[in-house]
Design a protein around this ligand. Structure first.
Ligand SMILES: [Zn+2]
Length: 506
């Protein structure tokens, strides 16, 4: 029995109880193994439970030709515990030999608690009050970095991020008297710069298949509409930015799915405290349904995902990126009806919301051969290493063809612009010419699997640029210190070999 069931659902296990339980499962099964993947800000260990019928995977962790690797992350938010409980339950069932078909087609990496500090301190964030969920560009929190390392280490084809959403909202509930009436919502990587074939597969097949599978099992599932905080607001989808794991992983060429299940209202009366048994049941159904779909369709899922990692293909012409992405009014479906429940009476009614789920992909920029970095180079080198992005540090001056980016104006982003965390919109023009880079300057070649992701974070014109993050306020009018260059063919062919850091002699 999982610790939660053993406690008769009356108290949540802490991170040590959960670790202890998973270690015990692993000790008694040759298909399970616990791997230490890092330590939280508060000094708590973070583990992944590997589940596989393949001894080679248990030893080397590497992707296998006949099996999709799936990374499941639960409880990045400490106050959303049901996902971690569902992972423990599934792990137990698998060690007992249930769901036999799954381990024939899948190698599982289960991180039951991505944020053990949050679990033990009953809070959303880690012990340093960092929100790892929006940290995937800056990589400030140790937990985010260890999850990025985990992506690199296991190279999953499918990434699943499990959350719960509270339905009690200050304006919608307290002032207007309504609660949203959703059970389980799913979103997938939706940034328009994700590999085009991967997007087609995920949005066109996997998401609708998952929604119908869970609905058929009796739990109403829908596509995620973002947070509903008041009547009369616009609704869109999950955010388009790459600061979250869903889009970050998808930009790396992985099929990526988010679940948000209902975190019931404190004031309701339920069979178990805060309805935890029912919440775990929904999370378990969502997770199991996804894994069953992934196992059944593993061949196609692997092909699409591995192809995206080997050779990114943009949705637009050539290899181009949309720098300014946001949501806009969907003119084909201008309104959307969502079910709400009146807090006082339990009356259920549909309400109309303005539908803002059309994705606008603005200015297209051709992916250059490389980006040059000429400011705070040591700090930037550390940041690139954290992302596992390959780069070269020049030892001697080098002449390159450059496309300098000249920032002409900065506009504070209106709060109304949904879907992006962009704080400043950059107005810029480019100026092509020869330029001499100096010793210590950094070249980041785009001819690498993480090239498109790197460009979205490095290019100041991007809505997802690093410089939108606190601590990286580089944006100001004038020539920008990071810009596209063409260093000539020989220059970046050397970057393919060994580690993350390659120093090129002139
Ligand atoms: Zn969450």
């Amino acid at each position: 029995m999982t610790p939660l069931k053993k406690a008769n659902y009356l108290s949540l296990p802490d991170s040590r109880d959960i670790d202890h339980y998973l270690f015990t499962l692993a000790e008694h099964s040759d298909r399970a193994r616990m791997v230490h993947i890092g330590t939280s800000a508060g000094g708590r260990p973070v583990h992944a439970l590997l589940m596989s019928s393949s001894p080679a995977f248990m030893r080397h962790y590497r992707p296998e030709p006949g099996k999709a690797t799936v990374l499941v992350l639960a409880a990045q938010h400490g106050n959303e515990p049901a996902g971690a409980e569902a992972v423990q339950q599934l792990a137990q069932e698998l060690t007992l030999g249930r769901h036999e078909a799954l381990l024939k087609r899948l190698n599982l990496v289960l991180v039951a608690m991505a944020n053990p500090d949050g679990r033990d301190l009953s809070r959303r964030h880690n012990a340093n009050d960092e929100n790892t969920n929006i940290d995937y560009v800056a990589l400030n929190a140790g937990e985010t970095r260890l999850l990025v390392n985990t992506l690199q280490r296991f190279d999953p084809d499918l990434v699943y991020d499990a959350h719960e959403s509270g339905i009690w909202k200050r304006v919608l509930t307290r002032e207007q008297g309504w609660l949203t009436d959703v059970e389980v919502q799913f979103e997938v990587g939706n940034n328009p710069n994700i590999d085009a074939r991967l997007q087609d597969y995920t949005a066109g097949f996997l998401l609708p298949a998952l929604i119908s599978k869970v609905s058929e099992a009796g739990v109403r599932a829908e596509a995620y509409r973002g947070e509903i905080t008041q009547l009369g607001q616009r609704v869109a989808r999950g955010g388009l930015g790459i600061t979250n794991l869903r889009n970050y992983a998808a930009m790396q060429g992985r099929v990526s799915v988010l679940v948000e299940s209902r975190l019931d209202n404190k004031s309701g009366s339920y069979a178990t405290p805060r309805n935890i048994a029912e919440r775990v049941r929904k999370q378990h159904l969502a997770l199991l349904s996804l894994l069953q779909l992934a196992a059944t369709d593993s061949r196609r899922l692997m092909a699409v995902s591995r192809q995206a990692r080997a050779q990114w293909q943009s949705a637009g012409a050539d290899r181009s990126l949309s720098m300014d992405v946001h949501f806009a009014r969907n003119h084909a479906e201008p309104e959307v009806r969502l079910p709400l429940v009146r807090l006082s009476s339990g009356e259920r009614r549909y309400h109309e919301f303005v539908n803002y789920n059309a994705i606008v992909a603005g200015e297209q920029v051709l992916l250059p051969p490389a980006y040059a970095i000429t400011r705070e180079r040591e700090r930037m080198a550390r940041w690139l290493e954290r992302h596992h992005i390959r780069f070269m540090t020049l030892r001697a001056p080098q002449d390159v063809r450059a496309e300098r980016i000249l920032i002409e104006a900065l506009q504070p982003q209106p709060r109304i612009k949904p879907g992006v965390r962009e704080k400043w919109r950059v107005q810029a023009r480019t100026e092509a010419g020869e330029l001499r880079l100096g010793p210590g300057d950094i070249l980041v070649p785009m001819d690498q699997p993480l090239g498109p992701l790197a460009a979205m974070m490095l290019d100041p014109r991007s809505a997802n640029a690093l410089y939108q993050e606190a601590g990286w306020r580089w944006l100001k009018p004038g020539p920008f210190p990071v810009f596209p260059v063409n260093p000539g063919k020989a220059r970046y062919s050397t970057s393919q070999d060994s580690g993350d850091l390659v120093t090129a002699a002139p």
